[in-house]
Design a protein around this ligand. Structure first.
Ligand SMILES: [Zn+2]
Length: 261
């Protein structure tokens, strides 16, 4: 019997939605040792929302300071989720990886699914062929910084470089999900939208393929953004879980579009 961790990270999909649910998201400060697991996210402790709560940016979304940030729908990375469509956004962080990324691509192709790969700039430079393979298969690429530093503790100039010198994209996901007002402002200044997630099966902890799949299938709903990893270590469990997740969700009528990045 597989124990399913209550590991959903509450939805904070964009800068514009962050305030609305900020009270639900607690960054515990348990930062991993980046020498041993560069892809390890910060543990985010939160309660699952009482109601499905994927928060999409609306054209009239308002920040805590009351500033309106209109998002033209054509620029909304999650536009495919409009009108409560039965879609799930699969995302893969920390690649491209020469061994695991192609295996993920194979499973996605098997089910005709598209995904968004939040890549590290240094990895994309090291493995440009794998990056091209991702694009050629119709997936999109998000910026996951240059070298996966925790942006909230970097001096301003380093923070700016980590954000603006990463893979070219309209979508940015801060390493470890660690963000704050300065990080969000820098992401915006670089012309990108911050993308976090609402379903986190913690595949990087390797709890077993069944536990990863169970978690995703339990917490995913229309418009969910699922956090997985194609880099940062052995992703065999992720590959196995992905096959079962896609088979199950596809049979339930879900579609898997790439984000508009
Ligand atoms: Zn990462």
């Amino acid at each position: 019997m597989t124990h399913v961790r209550p590991a959903i990270a509450v939805a904070v999909i964009t800068t514009f939605a962050a305030i609305a649910i900020g009270s639900l998201m607690v960054i515990s400060g348990e930062y991993p040792d980046s020498r041993t697991n560069p892809g390890t996210p910060i543990a985010i402790k939160s309660q699952p929302p009482a109601t499905p709560s994927i928060l999409l940016p609306s054209p009239t979304a308002t920040s805590s300071k009351g500033e309106a940030h209109p998002i033209p729908s054509s620029n909304n990375p999650l536009a495919a989720a409009a009108h409560n469509a039965k879609v799930v956004f699969l995302t893969f962080d920390d690649g491209p990886d020469p061994y695991w990324t192609p295996k993920i691509l194979q499973v996605l192709a098997k089910y005709g699914a598209k995904a968004t790969f939040f890549q590290r700039g240094d990895m994309a430079l090291t493995y440009p062929g794998v990056r091209d393979q991702v694009l050629a298969a119709g997936h999109t690429i998000g910026n996951h910084s240059v070298s996966h530093r925790q942006l909230t503790v970097l001096p301003a100039e380093k923070r700016r470089r980590e954000i603006s010198d990463g893979p070219k994209s309209r979508c940015f996901r801060p390493p470890f999900g660690a963000t704050n007002r300065k990080v969000r402002s820098e992401i915006r200044a670089a012309g990108m939208t911050q993308i976090l997630w609402d379903v986190d099966p913690q595949d990087w902890k390797r709890p077993g393929a069944a536990a990863i799949a169970d978690n995703i299938l339990h917490f995913t709903h229309r418009g969910s953004v699922v956090l997985l990893h194609d880099g940062g270590g052995d992703r065999g469990q992720t590959v196995a879980a992905l096959d079962r997740v896609l088979r199950t969700l596809k049979s339930q009528g879900y579609k898997f579009p790439a984000m508009n990045c």
